[in-house]
Design a protein around this ligand. Structure first.
Ligand code: F0G
Length: 398
C-alpha cells in the first residue's frame, strides 16, 4: 500500500501514481511480520538481504548486486576532529552511486507493473543508474539532463548503457517538471525519487549502517542533500528498524547543501518548516545543484523528528574536503559527496557536533564520476624521460 504523508490517503500497490490528490507526496507502507534480526546475518551482503522490508517480490528482482557497500572507520580524520568517524562509501555500488539501491527496487516495480518505458530527470547519477538497470530489465529509457551541467562520467554512463539522452535547456528543476508531465500523461514510468519505490531501495543505507554497527545507532548521520530523497529514505529505514525493535536509539539526521543551492538548510536555519525554492541554484557539486527539492517535506520531517540539523558549505570547502578525504583516508568521492565531510568539519568547528560523537558520513558517489573536477584540482603529471636518474631527482625533493 502507498500512503500520502500529509493527508493519509491510501492507494493500491498497482496504481501508477506519484503524488496524492491533495498535492502532497507519497510513501510506501512497509508491513513486516516479526522477524528476528539474526535472519539478516548470514545472507549475501546486498540490499536484498532485507527483502522482507522491500515492497516488491525479491524473486523477480532486477539487480546488479547493489548495496553492502564499504563501511570504513576513519581514525585519522576522526582523531583530528575529536569524534569517532565512519564513512559509508556508496561510490562502490555497481554504477558508482547510491542511486543503484533505488533503481534496483524501482525497475523491479516497473517490470511488475508491466510498463515498457522508464524515465527520469537527473543531475547525472540517477540517469547513469537508471540507464544501466533499464538495460538489465529490458526496458526503454529516456533521461533528461540539464545541458552542459552534468559531470562527464555520469553522462558517459547514461549514453553507454543505451538510454535516449536529452540535454535540456534549463536546470534540473525544469527538467524534472517536464519529465513529470510526460509521466503523468502515461508516456513513461517516472523513476525520480518522487516515486516512493525508489526510496524503498535507498532506505537500506540506514539499515546497513545500524547493522554494521552491531545493531546500534550512530549519534549522527551526515549526508549531502539535493532533491532530498536520500535523507528521507535513510530515516525511513532507520525508523523501520527501530519499530521492529532491532535498535533503540536513532541518529540525528544532518543534511548538507551547497550554499547557493540550499533551500532546506535555509529553512532549518530560519527555524521554519516552509521550504522556499532557490531560483537559480549554482554549485560546482553539480549532483546537488537543485533549487526545488521534491522530497522537502519528508526531509524536514526527518531532520525534525531526529533532532538533526542542516547546514551549508561553500564550493571551496567542498573541494578542500574532497581532497582531504582522498589524501588522508584514500577514499575518492565526487564533489557532492564531499559536502558531507565539509559539513562535518564545519559543524565540529562551530560546536554543533560534540566531541566524542559517533558520526557516519555517507559519501554518495565515486570520484571518477567527475574526472574534470578531480584533474583540475591537481598538479599536472611531471613529464620526464623514462630514465631512473631523472625520476630519482624528483623523488628526492618529496
Ligand atoms: N550525492 C550525489 C552524488 C547525488 O547524485 C545526489 C543526487 C545527491 C547526493 C543528493 O541526493 O537528491 O536524494 O538529496 N542526485 C540526483 C541525480 C538528483 O539526478 O542524480 P538527494
Amino acid at each position: 500500500m502507498i500512503r500520502c504523508i500529509s493527508c493519509g490517503a491510501e492507494y493500491d500497490d498497482d496504481e501508477i501514481i506519484y503524488t496524492c490528490e491533495c498535492g502532497s507526496i507519497l510513501e510506501v507502507v512497509t508491513e513486516v511480520d516479526n522477524i528476528p534480526k539474526e535472519t539478516f546475518d548470514n545472507r549475501r551482503d546486498n540490499i536484498w538481504k532485507y527483502k522482507e522490508f522491500l515492497p516488491v517480490n525479491a524473486e523477480n528482482r532486477i539487480s546488479l548486486d547493489e548495496g553492502g557497500t564499504p563501511f570504513c572507520k576513519c581514525d585519522k580524520i576522526g582523531e583530528e576532529l575529536g569524534i569517532e568517524l565512519f564513512v559509508k562509501v556508496e561510490g562502490s555500488n555497481p554504477t558508482g552511486s547510491f542511486k543503484d539501491r533505488g533503481m534496483s527496487v524501482g525497475t523491479t516495480k516497473a517490470v511488475d507493473l508491466g510498463v515498457n518505458m522508464v524515465g527520469c530527470a537527473s543531475t547525472g547519477n540517477t540517469s547513469a543508474s537508471l540507464s544501466a538497470y533499464a538495460a538489465r530489465a529490458g526496458l526503454k529509457c529516456a533521461v533528461l539532463l540539464p545541458a552542459g551541467k552534468v559531470a562527464l562520467g555520469k553522462l558517459a554512463q547514461a549514453m553507454f548503457h543505451g538510454a535516449k539522452v536529452f540535454g535540456v535547456d534549463g536546470n534540473f528543476d525544469d527538467a524534472l517538471e517536464t519529465i513529470t508531465e510526460l509521466a503523468l500523461n502515461g508516456e513513461l514510468y517516472l523513476l525520480n525519487s518522487i516515486n516512493p519505490y525508489r526510496l524503498e531501495g535507498q532506505k537500506t543505507i540506514g539499515m546497513e549502517v545500524v547493522h554494521d554497527l552491531g545493531w546500534k545507532s550512530p549519534d549522527r548521520i551526515v549526508l549531502p542533500v539535493g532533491n532530498a530523497g536520500n535523507i528521507s529514505a535513510i530515516w525511513k529505514g532507520i525508523t523501520e528498524f527501530q519499530d521492529a525493535g532491532y535498535i533503540k536509539d536513532t541518529p540525528m539526521m544532518t543534511g548538507i547543501q551547497a550554499v547557493n543551492s540550499a533551500p532546506i538548510a535555509n529553512a532549518v536555519k530560519a527555524g521554519t518548516d516552509e521550504v522556499t525554492p532557490v531560483e537559480n541554484p549554482e554549485t560546482i557539486a553539480t549532483a546537488i545543484r537543485i533549487g526545488a527539492p521534491v522530497s522537502s517535506v519528508k526531509a524536514m520531517r526527518a531532520i525534525k523528528e531526529s533532532n538533526g540539523t542542516a547546514d551549508t558549505v561553500t564550493d571551496d570547502e567542498i573541494l578542500d574536503a574532497q581532497k582531504y578525504l582522498a589524501r588522508t583516508e584514500g577514499i575518492g568521492v565526487e564533489p557532492a559527496s564531499a559536502a558531507s565531510i565539509a559539513g562535518l568539519r564545519k559543524l565540529v568547528e562551530n560546536g554543533e557536533i560534540d566531541q566524542g560523537e559517533r558520526v557516519v558520513c555517507i559519501v554518495t558517489g565515486h570520484v571518477l564520476k567527475d574526472p574534470n573536477v578531480a584533474i583540475e584540482a591537481c598538479e599536472e603529471p611531471t613529464q620526464v624521460a623514462s630514465d631512473p636518474n631523472e625520476i630519482r631527482k624528483v623523488l628526492q625533493t618529496m
